[in-house]
Design a protein around this ligand. Structure first.
Ligand code: ADP
Ligand code: MG
Ligand code: MG
Length: 869
């Protein structure tokens, strides 16, 4: 294969092969912009180097040929003693990884060519400054010498002076010092041969793909680990030749707000890395106008050209060498979430892109960021600790350590933060009452994190430095700060920060807009236009997971087209627990019926509220799912209580303990739940269906969909379906009856199951758990971190649908289900329904809708629109 491309041979669409930097340098070259000549060694060569530990055959010759061409074009030879060509050797991967990999400037200087450089440039100081820069950069990045040693040497020499105040003799001494450092640290001389310098630098850049910080960055940004980087060899241009030279960075619009204008920084008499390193203070780019109006105007012209060409915000690196402007890099620039929305519609208004394209220019994650309230001061002091950013937002309140206390204080109108070691389903009321949740244990899919995200509630989890003492109602930080119940804390779910005291918060105007307000705001207007268009192009419906009329109503305001999952078990908590207890403890059919009769009107009222909130839109009600023991007291607590009470223990408690023992399961998630429970406890499902029917009869435009959970075999479904259908027929109510697909067997026998189901909804939480054999509640803290490190998966399968395994089952079920019953309605109601990647996947396999938590509904709408384009 061809491993080396001249800048004139590439273009911007070859990012995979040439890296972003190389592809864009080629693009600018072909646009006729002033780019110093050079060539790019492909990522393919890098991949070969990384897997074989050596360069591919023929690469050396190819590089030599391109170097020769470069030399003849420039009329100079690399490192020539009389008039040396110098080059930079620059990393540049497909996806931008700013500052994560290496670049070496000024390759080609040695003791002889430094004199030629001085003579040709007429600037001795510049030549020696470039030489010391080479040894410093090369020493650090190629030879692995600790950069601090060079820093210290130059600082000692400078004293109070600026680096520009160092004169030629200073710099000559510094070069000697630097060479000494290299000799001492590596046991060899700094390599004088220019070609050797270049080859070693190329290897170092390739190797920097696997530098620890690059690995970490890729994991965070979900960039695949096996792409490799390209290497760009670029003829040097010099910003450090004097006051008429300099270097800078520029954006074609403000990446913070999207505003048009001139944004950037400039540094006189400097080389590129000085700007990033913050050696001296830069000046705003506008000041270049006074220093060098010709270069300034040319730069603005080029910026306009690039924006027009890329039809997007670009960022740029440039250098001015003695009044001549050179472009050293450009790319479509990163921007904040707010700027992304603003810029997308600005570009539409400027006629550069259409609305379809605008929708693809923003992401669901960016929209989600805009929806959370924020701390007004970004990274304030007084940070107590940092945990995991489990669910974004900014929350302030008094620390409380039990759900009961949270509910109590919230009832008095106080803001509280629920602090726990970890949360469990019993903490739900406290989590609902709290402004935010802080835990010291558990990862991003711990109970606290999952539930908080679902509720759109701020959560920081796994803040391991905190010692949470629930009994003493306080936590202690590592440095010994004690925070007692009632002390105010602030938590930032966007970055995991925990602060003592109140950090001021501002509400999101975007949420106010979704709530039906019309804040007069440019950002909101942009979001409105993008969302309207996304809705008009998307094929996927978007529903919400909602258990209460309030949630359903909010979801509807946020654009939900129905409820995709109402978890009825949430309706059995709180005061009603007692009634469920009665049901479980019933020993005769009469007792059981009495308990069911007591529950039925309550359920009817629940469903009536939901149908009202979603009037005219479908509401999928899942019959009760979780294991019964979740409604019973803890076995140890109860045993202790009974032991203490001895003979005095009430008969009821004895029966309760018996029931708890009887229902105790080793693997409750694989035990008596879902349809199994419905078949094992006669009358339970029937009661729920009667309640649904009664509620439907009271409602204006009910569209009930009854969903049977945890089905593995069509026979299970048939039994429940027949019973439900009978009740519906008796009551004259119309409702669909369908099932969740959440057990692998159900997916694999979907063709049979579709005989008895009018719709499928993929329960991807359980489906993931059962397909991988991972207990969702346990694996995360146990080994998920390790699995992510080992690259077994790049993202937790509980966060994004695993396309190869779980996704394959979904495809099979969708296909075979529809083969049996064309037009079978298909949806998803797991946590994945609000995850951008997963929404895209659902679109691809042809689902009818996704269902997610109310707060994620706009995100899903947007992602569904993007998936359709
Ligand atoms: P990064 O990807 O970390 O930005 P770059 O490869 O862009 O690294 O290079 C680092 C700095 O050196 C940049 O400021 C760049 O503009 C500058 N630079 C790179 N090559 C040259 C060159 N041939 N002439 C002058 N400056 C250069
Ligand atoms: Mg750069
Ligand atoms: Mg389930």
């Amino acid at each position: 294969p061809k491993y080396v491309y001249d800048f004139t041979e590439g273009n911007k669409d070859l990012k995979g092969l040439l890296g972003g930097k190389g592809a864009n340098l080629a693009e600018m070259t072909n646009l006729g912009l002033p780019v110093p000549p050079g060539f790019t060694i492909t990522t393919e060569a890098c991949r070969h180097y990384l897997s074989h530990g050596d360069m591919p055959d023929g690469l050396g010759e190819e590089v030599a040929a391109h170097l020769a061409a470069l030399e003849s074009g420039m009329g100079k030879r690399l490192g020539d003693p009389d008039d040396p060509l110098l080059v930079s050797v620059r990393s540049g991967a497909k996806f931008s990884m700013p500052g994560m990999m290496e670049t070496v400037l000024n390759i080609g200087i040695n003791d002889r060519s430094v004199l030629g450089l001085a003579k040709q440039s007429g600037n001795e100081r510049f030549a020696w400054d470039s030489y010391r820069r080479l040894i410093q950069m090369f020493g650090k990045t190629v030879l692995g010498v600790d950069g601090e040693l060079f820093e210290r040497a130059i600082d000692e020499l400078k004293g109070e002076r600026e680096d520009t105040d160092l004169d030629t003799p200073d710099l000559q001494r510094l070069v000697e010092t630097y060479k000494g450092i290299v000799r001492e640290r590596t046991g060899r001389e700094f390599p004088a041969d220019p070609r050797e310098q270049m080859d070693l630098a190329i290897r170092a850049v390739f190797g920097s793909w696997n530098a620890p910080r690059a690995v970490l960055y890729r994991r965070q940004e979900r960039i695949p680990a096996d792409l490799g980087t390209a290497v760009n060899v670029v003829a040097m241009v010099f910003g450090n030749l004097g006051a008429d030279s300099g270097t800078g960075v520029a954006f074609t619009r403000d990446p913070g707000t999207g505003q048009r204008g001139v944004y950037g920084d400039y540094l006189q008499n400097a080389q590129g890395e000085d700007v990033v390193a913050g050696i001296r203070n830069t000046v705003p780019l506008q000041e270049l106008e006074a220093v060098d109006p010709v270069s300034y105007r040319r730069l603005l012209e080029i910026m306009a050209t690039l924006e027009g060409h890329y039809r997007d915000l670009c960022d740029i690196e440039f250098t001015v060498e003695r009044g001549k402007l050179w472009m050293l890099q450009t790319r479509v620039g990163k921007r904040t979430a707010a700027a992304a929305f603003r810029i997308a519609v600005q570009l539409v208004d400027e006629g550069l892109i259409d609305m379809d394209e605008a929708v693809t220019r923003v992401t669901g994650d960016q929209l989600a960021q805009l929806m959370f309230p924020r701390f007004a001061t970004p990274e304030g002091d007084g940070r107590l600790t940092t945990g995991m950013n489990a669910s974004p937002g900014a929350a302030v309140g008094k620390a409380v350590f039990t759900s009961a206390r949270a509910v109590e204080l919230a009832g008095r109108g106080e803001d509280v933060i629920l602090v726990r070691r970890e949360t469990n389903p019993d903490d739900l009321s406290g989590m609902i009452a709290a402004k935010g949740v802080l835990t010291s244990r558990g990862g991003k899919t711990s109970h606290a994190a999952v539930v908080a995200r679902g509720m759109g509630k701020t959560c920081v989890c796994g803040a391991e430095e905190l010692d949470v003492d629930v009994d003493a109602r306080r936590f202690t930080t590592r440095d010994g700060t004690v925070v007692e119940e009632g002390d105010v804390i602030s938590i930032d779910g966007g970055n995991g920060a925990v602060y003592l005291g109140e950090v001021p918060v501002v509400a999101s105007p975007v949420v106010e807009y979704f709530e039906g307000g019309h804040p007069d705001d440019e950002l909101v207007a942009a979001v409105h236009r993008v969302m309207t268009h996304a809705d008009s192009v998307r094929v996927l419906g978007v529903r919400a997971n909602a258990d209460t009329p309030e949630d359903a109503a909010r979801a509807r305001r946020f654009g939900a087209q129905g409820v995709g999952l109402c978890r009825t078990e949430h309706m059995f908590l709180g005061d009603r627990r007692k009634l469920v207890e009665d049901l479980i403890l019933a020993t005769t059919p009469q007792e059981r019926q009495a308990a069911l009769d007591a529950l039925e009107p309550l359920q009817t009222a629940d469903f009536t509220g939901l149908f009202a909130a979603m009037d005219g839109l479908p509401v999928t009600i899942r019959l009760i799912d979780p294991p019964l023991h979740e409604f019973l007291p803890d076995i140890t607590d109860l045993s202790v209580r009974l032991a203490l009470a001895a003979d005095q223990a009430p008969e009821k408690d004895r029966r309760l303990l018996e029931a708890v023992r009887r229902l105790h399961e080793q693997n409750p998630m694989l035990g008596l739940r879902g349809v199994r429970l419905g078949l094992a406890v006669p009358g339970l499902f029937a009661m729920q269906v009667r309640a649904i029917a009664a509620a439907a009869r009271r409602s204006a435009n009910p569209k009930a969909e009854i969903m049977i959970p945890l089905v593995s075999a069509v026979q299970e479904l048939e039994l429940v379906r027949d019973e439900a259908a009978k009740i519906l027929a008796e009551t004259g109510v119309d409702a669909l009856i369908g099932t969740m697909i959440e057990v692998p067997r159900a997916a694999l026998t979907a063709g049979q199951i579709a005989e008895a189901a009018e719709f499928f909804s993929f329960g991807t939480n359980d489906l993931t758990q059962m397909t991988w054999g991972f207990s969702r509640d346990d694996v995360e803290s146990a080994f998920f971190g390790r699995y992510l490190d080992l690259g077994i998966f790049g993202v937790s399968p509980f966060e994004s649908i695993d396309p190869d395994g779980v996704g394959r089952l979904m495809r099979i079920a969708a296909e075979e289900g529809r083969r049996t019953r064309p037009g079978l309605k298909l949806g998803i109601c797991g946590e994945h329904g609000g995850d951008p990647e997963s929404v895209r996947f659902c679109h691809e396999i042809g689902l009818d809708y996704v269902s997610c938590s109310p707060f994620r509904v706009p995100v899903a709408r947007l992602e569904a629109g993007r998936a359709a384009l």
